[in-house]
Design a protein around this ligand. Structure first.
Ligand code: ZN
Length: 276
């Protein structure tokens, strides 16, 4: 990342998100994307919407635990999420996320092993990614009608997965200034303490001229990192048109979101879902 780029003051929109209730599900949506809801559906799901038992309560969509009841329940919840948003569950594409920088561009439902960003221009092909503290990101080009869902934990962030996904969009034909990026709920700098090794990798992913203290919670401790801000800067330095970022911290808001860190790993997953 370089800092020698002019940042337009109207590029970043902070906290322009709204919690909406659709068929009993509570979902978080970005106003910057809702403008295009005639042909683009998006949502960040929450814990609210069904009756999945503790500690995965109550709307888990993750199939990450070897427990048949939980697996079935997660599938039911995925179906319910699609139905609530009027999306085609039979085409629902869910990559096996592995904290990589692999990006897939798809035009039909496929198995994606070890993939953390999925883009499409195909209608009626919903994409779902799952999260518990990692950063969920939507990139959308309304001109080209191109959508991309991105999973950026610290490892994906350190590999600049957002910048790489945006570059893929440009390689398909997007203009940078047409792209809208929405950064959803993730663990905040209030709660995300990392070790020296992780800190070094994140710092090394930025250009030498970038002031890394901008993404540290120096008021608390030097090793509390703002992963959302790191991705925000990736989007800004790419010169996208708009970046929306939510204030929600998943660890501070455990009534609404799952937090791997807060629950010591024993928890469910919320999701990012997008479809043309
Ligand atoms: Zn927090």
């Amino acid at each position: 990342m370089s800092k020698n780029i002019n940042i337009k003051s109207d590029t970043v929109v902070r906290n322009d998100f709204e919690l909406n209730t659709v068929n009993g599900l509570k979902i978080l949506q970005a106003k910057s994307l809702l403008k295009y809801q005639d042909f683009f559906t998006h949502a960040f799901s929450t814990r609210i919407g069904a009756n999945t038992p503790k500690p995965y309560d109550a709307f888990n969509i993750g199939r990450h635990v070897n427990d048949e009841r939980l697996l079935n329940d997660a599938s039911d919840n995925r179906r319910k999420l699609c139905q609530a948003l009027n999306l085609n569950y039979n085409n629902l594409t869910i990559p096996w996320q592995k904290h990589t920088d692999n990006i897939a561009i798809i035009d039909k439902k496929v198995d994606l092993e070890g993939c953390d960003a999925v883009a499409t221009r195909t209608k009626d092909l919903p994409i779902l990614l799952t999260f518990a503290d990692c950063v969920p990101i939507i990139a959308f080009d309304p001109d080209l009608k191109l959508i991309c869902g991105i999973h950026a934990g610290w490892a994906g962030t350190a590999q600049n997965i957002l910048s790489k996904a945006l570059a893929q969009m440009v390689s398909i034909g997007s203009r940078r200034e047409s792209i809208i990026v929405a950064i959803g709920p993730a663990i905040g700098k209030c709660c995300y303490e990392v070790g020296q090794d992780t800190l070094t990798k994140l710092k090394n992913s930025c250009s030498d001229s970038f002031d890394f203290s901008l993404v540290l919670n120096t008021g608390l401790k030097e090793n509390y990192v703002d992963l959302k801000a790191l991705n925000l800067y990736q989007a800004i330095f790419f010169n996208v048109g708009v970046v929306s970022v939510t204030d929600y911290c998943t660890a501070c808001n455990s009534d609404l979101f799952y937090s791997h860190r807060r629950s010591f790993g024993l928890t469910g997953r919320h999701g990012l879902i997008i479809s043309l």
